[in-house]
Ligand binder design. Structure first.
Ligand code: PGA
Ligand code: ZN
Length: 423
């Protein structure tokens, strides 16, 4: 049994240029693990919050020196000497010590750092891969085996809009999703090839090839449907079959263009009421090879969610991000109401690995699938890749197939497929 000898945290800068926490846990054996957590920078009051210094003289108030000192001076001395296998106990203790519903006292950045360190150290001391360790942890708590059979199907962010880019598109993300029949390696290759081709297609149209927060291109297109047209054209250009080899995903993040009960998008000259907007979405799913629709309705428009879930083909995933934001109550409500068929897992919207596994269990019992996602403010940590394999996420959404903080996670999935699942 390995015990915690030392935990040392410090600030690093994330992919959006904001400070976040990285930390190292050294065990009595001398072995150590390092982890860092993404930032919750485009947050709502409805999710767990990062502890930020609010000192306007440093990093526009976004510094995390208080959170770092909580790790080093408050938490580390208390868990020094504890077994690294005490994941559940320490996670629970952290949540209780915080005592708030949204982790605002200690900060979700503080809490998740410790939780990820423990899991990585537990796996290393047991000499097994992190995904296996998390998979076994789930089994030990919920007495349910999740057979690790495949790498989750990746959804690659290709065009950015909405809050993730300063272009004219209303929808936040347009993704390419290789068929789940491909191995991860083949899917990755196809996505990288399509992404390069997309750059050429955009250049040909004199559209800008600058990128948004998650690495997707952020062209100024006239309508949102133009983005779907361009992706479909690019897929065909690469001699791949849209709707057979490659599918499309959209994160509409509809809350951002919803005002006073109406949806305002570039594709229509007037604002749309719910029924009209629903018809528009249905036509999108019929005219394009859409496999996943994330946040098609605003987070509070549950009625719209219920309607779309019963209206569109059951082959299309209705994926909830903003209406749930890793809330157990909201997840239970969405299941009860049949409001979605899948939801996003972002650990830093809740706090600990134990909390994440609890949501996974609620979803599995309710026959809801889930998708592990990175944040727009990311680090090069690949924890999310192992988490996704461990819980056999339906898809993963880690951003574009380029940029370090994105490919760190995709490359880890590729490594697991190549070195472990393939054997
Ligand atoms: P966020 O975006 O990390 O900025 O919340 C990701 C998403 O909306 O899926
Ligand atoms: Zn989203």
């Amino acid at each position: 049994m390995s015990t915690i000898k030392e935990i040392h945290a410090y600030e690093i800068i994330d992919s959006k240029g904001y400070p976040t926490i990285e930390a190292r846990l050294t065990m009595d054996s001398g072995l150590y693990v390092v982890t860092s957590v993404p930032g919750a920078t485009t947050v709502s009051t409805k999710e767990a919050v990062d502890l930020r210094d609010q000192d306007p003289n440093r990093f526009f108030g976004m510094g995390v020196t208080h959170a770092v000192s909580y790790v080093n001076e408050l938490i580390a001395p208390k868990i020094k000497g504890a077994s690294v296998n005490k994941q559940l106990e320490i996670d629970k203790w952290l949540s209780q010590a915080d005592g708030t519903g949204n982790k605002s006292r200690l900060g979700v950045n503080t809490i998740l750092t410790i939780s990820q360190l423990l899991a990585k150290a537990g796996a290393l001391s047991a000499n097994i891969s992190l995904y296996k360790y998390i998979n076994q942890l789930y089994k030990s708590v919920y007495k349910e085996e999740i057979p690790v059979e495949k790498i989750p199907t990746p959804m690659f962010n290709s065009i950015n809009g909405g809050a993730h880019a300063n272009n004219t598109l209303d929808f936040q993300e347009f993704q390419i999703i290789p068929s789940s029949s491909f191995t991860f390696g083949t899917a990755y290759q196809k996505a990288v090839e399509i992404f390069s081709e997309l750059k050429r297609v955009l250049e040909y149209r004199n559209a800008t090839t600058s990128v948004g927060d998650e690495g997707g291109f952020s062209p100024n297109l006239t309508t949102n449907l133009d983005a779907l047209e361009i992706l479909t054209e690019t897929i065909t250009q690469k001699k791949m079959r849209s709707g057979l080899d490659i599918f499309l995903g959209i994160d509409l993040a509809a809350t951002h263009f919803y005002r006073n009960g109406q949806y305002t998008i570039k594709d229509k000259t007037h604002s749309l009421r719910q029924a009209e907007y629903l018809d528009f979405l249905e036509s999108v799913t019929k005219n394009y090879s859409v496999l996943v629709l994330e946040d098609p309705f605003a987070e509070d428009d549950w009625d719209g969610w219920k309607k779309i879930s019963s209206k569109v083909s059951s082959n299309i995933y209705i994926l909830a991000d903003e209406p749930i934001r890793m809330s157990k109550d909201k997840l239970a409500y969405a299941i009860k109401e049949g409001a979605c068929t899948s939801f996003l897992i972002k650990p830093n919207q809740i706090g600990t690995l134990t909390d994440v596994l609890e949501l996974v269990n609620i979803a599995r019992r309710g026959n809801l699938t889930y998708v592990v996602a990175s944040r727009s403010s990311e680090t090069n940590d690949d924890f999310a890749a192992d988490l996704a394999v461990a819980i056999q996420s339906e898809f993963v959404k880690f951003g574009a197939p380029t940029r370090g903080e994105r490919v760190a996670k995709y490359n880890r999935l590729w490594q697991i497929e190549r070195d472990e699942l393939g054997k």
